[in-house]
Write a protein that binds this ligand. Structure first.
Ligand SMILES: Nc1ncnc2c1ncn2[C@@H]1O[C@H](COP(=O)(O)OP(=O)(O)OP(=O)(O)O)[C@@H](O)[C@H]1O
Ligand SMILES: [Mg+2]
Length: 393
């Protein structure tokens, strides 16, 4: 709620070409406690004054010789853009009511006016204006806090990776030494340290990726590459994960998919995430990775799909699937591992590449994730994200 005291501090501008009207309104407002009341009889200077003083309410006459109130409102709209237009029209032309309200005035009073009505409307409009300002301020605070959080996470993740790499590296060296010395028990313990370190490193890398994307610091490294070569690589890497749960992986790739100009690293990462999910949430089932260039748009879009015959996803879960740290339920981590970052990152990366990530699922029967990507990273993306043109190896 906005206090009456705060409302009385609201900045008001009276615009009327008749001095008597200006004086009357000014006196009326000051008498009930408004402290910041300015006025002008020159409509041509309203915009300049508003830019300087950012008024909370402008009481605007319509019929003025130098410039009519509608033209003043047009000027104010240009200043405010999509923001709230703090204008109350007070005019002797009641037939202009609808036109004034349609033009963006927040309220309308005909002359001659009743004092009590003007005061009540002024108070209501100021309350809305001040609430809207509070909302904007809270939004800005929340946005900058979110930005600071992403920056903090990005810095922390970076600091954590260096010692973690040392732990992983040294545990590997020690495991080799222990193997040479025939010390089996130590080898197994050191393997556990290494595996835990790798897991932690994957998690930190995911957090780093997500915070980079949220802070708008993720770079694209675009290059021309062969889609089939990239798919072969992805399949070879994912084969062990697929076989772990006795699944089979089939590739259904149009021979004519050809080349694309995009960021292969990011595309690979999305496909790894989708395939690792399919492998994780399917047992003794079938996973199909499909690639086509569908549609009539000059084959400018590539469609990658990952279909599985696994546990599926119910509608409640589907609705929040792409939120960070979101897993089906609290037993997911225990049963399947993971942290719930894979899809959040994949969706944001797909959008970064100018594409979309969609999902369809039938609980108990399986899921299909479809990634639609432009064959050429669009110019609009290249303008908003810093794109580093990479050279093909
Ligand atoms: N193919 C799938 N079949 C069934 N459920 C899925 C599938 N893909 C994702 N899910 C559900 O969506 C959740 C979020 O997936 P996401 O990839 O973001 O996280 P995760 O795999 O649990 O962990 P991470 O990817 O960070 O290791 C999963 O925990 C799972 O509940
Ligand atoms: Mg995952």
């Amino acid at each position: 709620m906005i206090s009456l005291d705060a409302i009385h501090q609201g900045k008001i501008l009276i615009v009327d070409d008749l001095e008597a009207n200006v004086k009357l309104l000014d006196k009326m407002l000051r008498n009930v406690g408004y402290v910041s009341v300015a006025s002008t009889m020159n409509p041509l200077e309203v915009c300049k004054l508003h830019i300087k003083n950012d008024y909370d309410l402008i009481l605007l006459d319509l019929n003025m010789p130098e410039m009519d109130g509608f033209a003043v409102m047009d000027g104010l709209k240009e200043i405010e853009g999509d923001n709230y237009l703090p204008v109350l029209v007070i005019t002797a032309q009641p037939d202009h009511k609808i036109r004034a309200l349609t033009a963006g005035a927040k309220d309308f009073i005909g002359k001659p006016f009743e004092m009590a009505e003007v005061l009540a409307r002024v108070r209501n409009l100021l309350e809305v204006r001040l609430l809207q300002k509070e909302l904007n301020d809270s939004k800005n605070v929340a946005e900058s806090a979110n930005q600071a959080k992403s920056q903090f996470l990005a810095n922390m993740s970076h600091e954590l990776r260096t010692p973690l790499n040392a732990i992983i590296g040294y545990s590997e060296i020690l495991a080799e030494d222990a193997a040479d010395a025939g010390n089996k028990e130590s080898v197994s313990d050191l393997e556990k340290i290494r595996a835990a370190g790798r897991h932690l490193l994957d998690l930190i890398n995911d957090i780093l990726d997500l915070s980079k994307i949220e802070a708008g610091k993720m770079e694209l490294s675009a290059e021309v590459f062969s889609v089939t070569d990239m798919i072969d690589e992805v399949v070879a890497t994912m084969q062990p994960a697929v076989e772990k749960n006795q699944n089979s992986l089939e590739v259904d790739c149009d021979a004519a998919v050809g080349e694309m100009h995009s960021d292969p690293q990011k595309l690979r990462q999305i496909l790894y995430n989708l395939l690792s999910n399919a492998a994780k949430f399917t047992e003794a089932g079938r996973i199909v990775l499909g690639v086509t260039r569908p549609g009539q748009d000059g084959e400018a879009t590539l469609e990658f799909s990952v279909r599985d015959s696994g546990i599926g996803i119910d509608s409640v879960q589907l609705a929040r699937l792409f939120q960070p740290f979101m897993q089906a339920d609290s037993t997911t981590t225990r049963n399947f591992g993971g942290t719930g970052l894979g899809l959040a990152i994949s969706l944001r990366m797909a959008e970064l590449l100018g594409g979309k990530l969609q999902v369809q699922s039938d609980p108990g029967k399986g899921s299909v994730f479809t990634l639609l990507l432009p064959a050429q990273v669009p110019d609009s993306v290249e303008q908003t994200v810093s794109v580093v043109e990479a050279k093909s190896a």
